[in-house]
Design a protein around this ligand. Structure first.
Ligand code: FES
Length: 92
């Protein structure tokens, strides 16, 4: 476990996103990075659940460092997480 966060990933688990599979998306992200929810990983990623992000018509919604990524799929969001994590690592 690392003590500094480079990238915060919040998966919306509000009703619309949950009905559209956000818990499965959360679990797939967790498995992909081999991390636990709420625990800062060795590479500085913190994965969290969050309530409705107000983009319900574009579910699933995932926030990476506070920026909303709408209509997220596992493949799309992993690319954004990797890109943001590398950027945060290099510039912070
Ligand atoms: S339920 Fe996810 S944005 Fe509203």
């Amino acid at each position: 476990m690392k003590d500094s966060v480079h990238t915060v990933v919040e998966v919306c688990v509000g009703l619309n996103c949950a009905l559209n599979g956000s818990y499965m998306l959360l679990e797939n992200i967790r498995k992909h990075y081999k991390i636990e929810i709420g625990v800062i990983s060795d590479n500085g990623i913190q994965l969290l659940e969050r309530e409705c992000g107000r983009f319900c018509n574009c579910s699933n919604t995932v926030f990476i460092d506070g920026v909303a990524y709408k209509n997220s799929t596992f493949d799309s969001i992993v690319k954004y997480i990797d890109a943001q994590n590398i950027k945060s690592y290099l510039y912070n």
